[in-house]
Design a protein. Structure first.
Length: 294
């Protein structure tokens, strides 16, 4: 279908607007169709069937709103999806406009779909952009996993992205040691990125990448920075041991980023601290690109 070519809309049909969002706009989104009905006297009556959503769920789950159809025998002459507001970057809200035939959810036609954002607040009828990286750039996100907190011996981040595709580019890890005598060791590891392990398999034996070990002692500070933007070289892995900077060779210590993940990715990123003290503090930030998928 191109545009509204010969799309019909009947009284027992429903218009459905479905979306998934990780952020809410300061306004509303709408899905609508313009329907034209020929009256008995030959005149044409044009009406708008519209759904407006102004309150949003931002946990990436699929939200569906439905409105009843129009007069019998309508021909759709236009319509689409529209963002009447601001505050969205591409990849943060994906919407679908659907015609549900006869109120039957098993008989649906998606007539428009795509990402709504400040830069492109509309999707035309007949335009269907697939969710995910194939549809263009996603939203760049810095997610703070740990913020100025006492460290645990093992700090785990689950790679599975609910209703989304992630392209993880790397992370930043900053650590401050308390004035308590101990030698702390900091290690980042990628564990079991794909598939399931057999029964009885030891978790640590599923590690497939490990960072250089950063060793810090009493009162010292340190940092670990791992980043690979993809397509622009081999990336960068560096540690700062209380002011002494060390950069790992990508030839002997390559990194696994950018790393693609989705709902089905089973693995984790492990951030382990050896001999951590309760008075220590650390901050950990993950950097990734996200596309919502519904």
């Amino acid at each position: 279908m191109t545009g509204a070519d010969m799309l019909s809309f009947y009284s027992d049909d429903s218009l459905v607007l479905a979306y998934a969002a990780s952020a809410a706009p300061t306004g509303a989104i709408s899905g609508y169709v313009l329907v034209e009905h020929t009256l008995p006297d030959g005149e044409h009556d044009v009406k708008t069937v519209e759904i407006v959503v102004s309150t949003f769920t931002t946990d990436r789950t699929r939200v569906v709103t439905t409105v009843a159809g129009g007069p019998t025998g309508c021909i759709v002459t236009g319509g689409g999806l529209f963002l009447n507001g601001t505050g969205l970057k591409r990849g943060q809200l994906y919407a679908q406009l659907i015609v549900r035939r006869g109120g039957n959810a098993a008989r649906e036609e998606c007539v428009a779909s795509g990402y709504l954002s400040d830069a492109r607040p509309y999707v035309a009828l007949g335009e269907n952009v697939e969710p995910g990286p194939g549809g263009g750039e996603g939203v760049l996100t810095e997610e703070t996993l740990i913020n100025d907190s006492a460290p645990a011996a093992s700090n785990s981040y689950t790679l599975a992205a609910t209703n989304a595709r992630h392209r993880i580019y790397g992370f930043s890890w900053y650590y401050n040691c308390a004035a308590v005598v101990a030698t702390r060791t900091l290690d980042a590891r990628l564990r079991k990125p794909d598939g399931a392990t057999p029964s009885g398999f030891t978790a640590a034996n599923a590690n497939v990448w490990a960072s250089p070990t950063l060793t810090l002692t009493t009162g010292e500070e340190g940092a670990m920075f791992v980043r690979n933007p993809g397509g622009r070289g081999d990336g960068y892995v560096a540690t700062n041991d209380n002011g002494t900077l060390a950069v790992a060779s990508t030839a002997t210590a390559p990194n696994p980023f950018p790393l693609e993940t989705d709902d089905n990715t089973a693995g984790t990123l492990e951030f382990d601290v050896g001999a951590a003290d309760a008075g220590d503090r650390h901050t950990l930030t993950l950097f990734y690109e996200e596309w919502l998928v519904i």
